[in-house]
Write a protein that binds this ligand. Structure first.
Ligand code: DOR
Ligand code: ZN
Length: 344
């Protein structure tokens, strides 16, 4: 049987939620990844160090017994975040980054930042303390076409941020366009990007051609094929600026399959297998380990993991759902076959 063994990977962008859904989704991530950068867009958002530490405890309680998993916590930036909170976060061994959501850009971003210039004093503090800023890179101008929102953000806000704060460590999260890829490639080593499995595997036809498929709807929205190819090239190039961040973002099925469905794909159930599928399609499985296990850790200045995971080439069918009762979640590629499987 064909197998692929790599150093244990990390997921540098994930939403694990809280409460009952956390218990359903977290075990999937803990089984595949040694560590994960946990997004703070809960309701209410995680804006303070004590909130993040309480959330961390809740996450650790959901880790299955016998599994070694470390949540890497982040704080949600708002216009009223005090500079002192950034100093406190820097002093905490459990906080690894701050997340910037433009207000209204995506799920639970209402408390985000409407005018990025209003938080320039916070960006200065992050820059001086060398704390990574994780950016949801989309403009929120309702007149801007949804397929252009990332490109326009990169050309306007991001360019200004990087000019004003040249040493700020930035992860442009879940890049979806060739323009974002180009920006990251041509920036200094302090600017990196995560890439999701859905943006490597699918273009917008998966979402819209032949019927609307809500489980492929996420933000930033899946783009045209030439963008997918640019992402795939970046992910498989061995360039350490691009690393794994699933953006697995579960919503209960009834909130996805409705007239106005929530944004987010749940991919944690098969994250590494989905990436392996994308890398294999361009004959680049030898580049998976750097992308999944080394480059993100290096960017975050974390030690690389010890231990390995093995993927085997064997077919299995993804279940139609995970969870139970009122917490049913439809996974990405539900009821479809995958040809890679993690050995347990
Ligand atoms: O599709 C998305 N879902 N994009 C995001 O940025 C947020 C996420 C969520 O929290 O559901
Ligand atoms: Zn996200």
């Amino acid at each position: 049987m064909k197998t692929l063994t790599i150093t244990r990977p990390d997921d540098f962008h994930i939403h694990v939620r809280n409460g009952a859904i956390l218990k359903t989704v977290l075990p999937h991530t803990a089984k595949q990844f040694a560590r994960a950068i946990i997004m703070p867009n809960l309701k209410p958002p995680v804006t303070t160090v004590p909130q993040a530490l309480a959330y961390r405890k809740e996450i650790l309680q959901a880790v299955p017994t016998g599994i070694d998993f470390t949540p890497l916590m982040t704080l949600y930036l708002t216009t009223s975040t005090p500079v002192s909170e950034i100093k406190k976060a820097a002093a905490s061994e459990h906080i690894y980054a701050f997340k910037l959501y433009p207000a209204g850009a995506t799920t639970n971003s209402d408390s985000g930042v409407a005018d990025i210039k209003a938080i320039y004093h916070l960006l200065a503090e992050l820059e001086s303390l060398a704390i990574p800023l994780l950016i949801h890179g989309e403009v929120t101008d309702q007149n801007c076409d949804i397929f252009d929102r990332e490109r326009v953000f990169v050309e306007s806000s991001l360019t200004q941020i990087t000019q004003n704060f040249p040493d700020l460590r930035i992860v442009l999260e879940h890049v979806t366009t060739s323009e974002a890829v180009q920006f990251v490639k041509s920036s200094g080593s302090n600017i990196a990007a995560t890439i999701t499995p859905q943006h490597l595997l699918y273009n917008r036809n998966a979402l819209l051609a032949g019927g609307i498929r809500p489980h492929y709807y996420c933000l930033p929205i899946i783009k045209r094929e030439h963008h997918r190819l640019a992402l795939l090239e970046a992910a498989t190039s061995g360039n350490p600026k691009f690393f794994l961040g699933t953006d697995s973002a579960p919503h209960i099925t009834s909130l996805k399959e409705t007239a106005c469905g929530c944004a987010g794909c749940f991919s944690a159930h098969a994250a590494l297998e989905l990436y392996a599928t994308a890398f294999e399609a361009v004959d680049a499985l030898d580049k998976l380990e750097g992308f999944a296990s080394f480059f993100g850790a290096d960017f975050y200045r974390l030690p690389r993991n010890i231990g390995t995971v093995t993927l085997e080439k064997s077919a299995w069918t993804i279940p139609s759902k995970y969870g139970e009762h009122e917490n049913i979640i439809t996974p990405l590629k539900a009821d479809e076959d995958l040809y890679w499987k993690i050995q347990s």
